[in-house]
Design a protein around this ligand. Structure first.
Ligand code: ZN
Length: 245
């Protein structure tokens, strides 16, 4: 019997400045979670060929990707094979497309202050919106929120991923589709929204430990200030809520 396939489309390894996860452990947990494939989306760094080989040995699909910080927020490029240099969203999306890749707007709720200010022209250039990210809110929980509605109507494609920085997070969110026979078909299923974004488990507190890992790997003054700001905000502001209208 042909089973649906599951892909976690947003994963970080130790190559990211805020993760210590080894690729071996990521793949082991992906198999344990019954995933058919994973997308490596390290911050600013593309997965090397040996990671691709390791995934093949383990009989799991791997999609090479990158997550880049841009002037409008984080953008994920999937199905790319060369480094992407620009950090200006407009040019970066073109670079991704020139390689035959797809551009995905990552966790739009991470930057609440930005969600209403995404330039429409740039959003319309995207191939997909990450509607489910296991570290941030599930966009589909806010159907009446005008900002969410605007975003989701501007782009047809959908995507889902755990945004895991620790191996145990792998598979907490995924994209599921009927059986596919090639990465090209997976690309099409994301772009044309022919699958389903699944939120298996969700929690926001994991961003804290990642910030700490970033501090250990890059103990800069900026990071110390960011952690102090982040902790005091939690104490002063408390839990952030998103209006559902
Ligand atoms: Zn990420």
């Amino acid at each position: 019997m042909n089973q649906d396939m599951k892909f976690d489309l947003h994963i970080h390894s130790h190559k990211s400045y805020d993760s210590v996860a080894s690729v071996q452990n990521i793949i082991r947990n992906a198999k344990r979670q019954g995933l058919s494939g994973i997308a490596m989306t390290d911050h600013e760094v593309l997965a090397s060929e040996d990671v691709v080989d390791l995934a093949k040995e383990n009989n799991i699909w791997i999609i090479r990707g990158i997550e880049a910080k841009t002037d409008i927020g984080d953008i994920i490029g999937l199905f790319v094979s060369k480094e992407i240099k620009s950090r200006k969203a407009d040019i970066l999306i073109d670079e991704i497309h020139d390689q035959g890749g797809i551009a995905i707007l990552a966790h739009p709720f991470k930057y609440m202050k930005r969600i209403d200010h995404y330039p429409t022209k740039l959003i319309e250039k995207m191939d997909a919106i990450e509607v489910v990210n296991a570290r941030w809110e599930d966009l589909r929980l806010f159907p009446k929120n005008q900002m969410v509605h605007k975003l989701l109507s501007a782009v047809q494609g959908r995507s889902a991923g755990s945004d895991s920085h620790f191996p145990l997070e792998v598979g907490r969110a995924y994209w599921t589709t009927p059986p596919l026979s090639s990465p090209e078909e997976l690309k099409e299923s994301i772009r044309a929204n022919k699958g389903e974004a699944i939120s298996a488990s969700f929690s926001k507190w994991l961003d804290g430990p990642s910030q700490f890992v970033k501090f250990l790997k890059k103990p800069t003054l900026k990071q110390i200030a960011r952690m102090a700001y982040w902790s005091s905000r939690r104490v002063v502001v408390g839990k952030r809520t998103i209006p559902n209208e």
